[in-house]
Design a protein around this ligand. Sequence first.
Ligand code: CTP
Length: 400
Amino acid sequence: MLSDKRILLIITGGIAAYKSLDLIRRLQERGAKVRAVLTNGGSQFITPLAVGALTGDTVFTELFDREAEHDVGHIRLSREADLVVVAPATANIMAKMAHGLADDLASCVLLANDKPVLVAPAMNSKMWSHPATQRNVAQLKADGLHFVGPNAGEMAEKGEAGYGRMSEPLEIVVAIEDLLSPKDLPLKGKRIVITAGPTHEPIDPVRYIANRSSGKQGYAIAEAAAEAGAQVTLVSGPTILADPKGVETIRVESANAMLAAVECALPADIAIMAAAVADWRVAHDSNQKIKKDGSGLPPALNLVENPDILKTVGHLQDKRPKLVVGFAAETNDLIANARGKLERKGADMIVANDVSPENNVMGGDNNTVRLVTHGGVEDWPKMGKDEVARQLVQKIAELS
Ligand code: CTP
């Protein structure tokens, strides 16, 4: 976490500037205080008003600002920060930094700076691979600046692809945490994909098959894993819960959509499949509301089996995460059923829990779990779901 860390975010002119708005929120979620400098180029893509509304502070744009410069604003800005982040960083700002130019507020701040700097480049792939840019990057690295990205992918320019996309906000957050939180978080550097909640399988536009899962346990695990330093993607079925802090949350409805989102989130180091995925869906859901036909007979719903997400992930050839964890919600023969699932689904650990109604697990705040691995069974006492999540994350860190 970044409690009370002060980040000076310099936003320069690239289409990826819109992601910087999300970055501000992600940093604040983790307790950081963010101040922003927006260059002229940056303000072609996002407005000072949007940035200021998020930071809750003045957005610094001008070098010769009468208000800010009476106390040498461009010096003060970096003095009052723990880290300077340039995101997006254009080829132009990197060239200026590499050569010590200072012709606007952003470049002056960077030249007057005495704090660590993290650069998140964003540009067309040809600009990135150009020898001039690569020389500047090498120079900046030699000067001790830190880099995150760029990633490969499609460019804003239609049909172009390659290295140059700015890292996603959560990747930048992880890089910031690496620089600012020296304590060794147990899941630092790990990518985790987690499923949670129920799935809804449509019958017609107004009806669906669902189950009683609230998603609480999976969400608690996602938050605990993010707190432990992991980069977490949570694929969630429909729930009323807010997105967990510091977690990339993808909302889906059906089992098929959940599987597709999980596959998109791979590769990952760890998979934790906590969702209560519906075992069956209606073979052909109707695109019109099904009406009573007057015969008194109910409609015949032809059910087909859904894909098993845990089993699919557990048996992947190339992309199988090193650690695959499943859940077994049972009402009887808990350990035998959990062992069966461990084998059948190719998991490394099954978190088994008795969901008989008297235990009030589904939707409740407590859980009594038993960890089933190939090595044996570990019984845990009844705990709050948040505490189960924290201890589970600890256990997973030991195993991964
Ligand atoms: N699971 C899954 N995809 C499915 C069904 C289950 O990923 N289509 C995962 C769950 O997320 C959980 C584990 O498999 O981690 C066990 O889920 P559970 O519902 O207990 O098992 P099922 O395979 O559905 O077995 P059964 O309902 O027959 O007990």
